[in-house]
Design a protein around this ligand. Structure first.
Ligand SMILES: Nc1ncnc2c1ncn2[C@@H]1O[C@H](COP(=O)(O)OP(=O)(O)OP(=O)(O)O)[C@@H](O)[C@H]1O
Ligand SMILES: [Mg+2]
Length: 237
């Protein structure tokens, strides 16, 4: 079942046209990776999905609903969670306070407590460190917290901007494993935006390549990973 559908989206920062006629979709429970080099427009696309940047053309639906008509702060309640580039956790608050903030859209405090318990169940390390200031967590732990926080509002889809940024290779591997586990255990769709083509396509079902604001390739993740042109353009091999 189609969950997120982006069709013919174009967008600009002032006079600078960044995205040109971008179309992509994510099905329920699917992991989709959007890869592309610096400045391709990946972050802009995620900001459009969250409502932080307007489109000049095109449509976006989530679960059949016109997302562009939903106010940015209400998009959480239609099932969208966004982890921004740089993770978006609040450095001066504790792990637990960050989790509580992630659940702000939930009406009942009982539901909030249950979701926090479930997050600790999934990430025991966060329980151990629940009173620690988030800014003093390691990079990998902060990404774990960002993911746990995104789960607090029971999303149907999480859009993640460069979860691997600034992490050591071994930690990157771990973060991608966590993303895969979250998606399969909780049946949540994930749209990952990444420069790390190999790791993100390795856990994805399908992928898209964005170049200078245009989708230039799309397909099964495995096929993209094995593609000669992509390997030589992005991996230099
Ligand atoms: N607030 C802004 N005002 C004007 N131009 C911007 C703004 N933010 C980004 N841009 C420009 O828009 C283009 C796309 O930026 P974007 O951040 O979406 O790229 P990206 O693919 O996420 O790159 P990276 O991999 O480095 O994060 C770039 O040319 C960038 O300089
Ligand atoms: Mg970016």
């Amino acid at each position: 079942m189609r969950l997120l559908e982006i069709s013919g989206v174009s967008a600009a920062y002032g006079d600078l046209k960044v995205l040109h006629d971008v179309s992509l979709h994510v099905d329920e429970g699917e992991i989709v990776s959007l890869v592309g080099s610096n400045g391709a427009g990946k972050t802009m696309l995620l900001r459009i999905i969250s409502g932080l940047v307007p489109v000049t053309e095109g449509q976006i639906t989530l679960g059949g609903k016109n997302l562009l008509k939903v106010r940015p702060y209400e998009r959480v309640s239609v099932g969208l969670s966004h982890i921004p580039q740089g993770r978006g956790t609040l450095a001066k608050l504790t792990v637990k306070e960050n989790l509580i903030l992630g659940a702000y859209s939930l009406k009942s405090s009982q539901q909030r407590e249950e979701n926090i318990e479930r997050a600790y169940g999934m990430f025991p390390k966060l329980r151990e460190r629940k009173n620690q200031i988030a800014g003093s967590l390691s990079g990998g732990e902060q990404q774990m917290l960002a993911i746990a926080r995104a789960l607090m509002c029971d999303p149907k889809i999480i859009a993640m901007d460069e979860p691997s940024l600034g992490l050591a290779p071994i930690v990157v591997e771990n973060v991608f494993e966590i993303i895969q586990r979250v998606s399969s255990e909780r049946k949540i769709a994930i749209l990952i935006v990444e420069q790390n083509l190999v790791q993100s396509l390795s856990i994805a079902h399908r992928g898209y390549v964005l170049e200078n604001g245009r989708i230039v390739r799309e397909g099964e993740a495995k096929a993209l990973l094995e593609d000669k042109d992509i390997r030589s353009a992005y991996l230099g091999i």
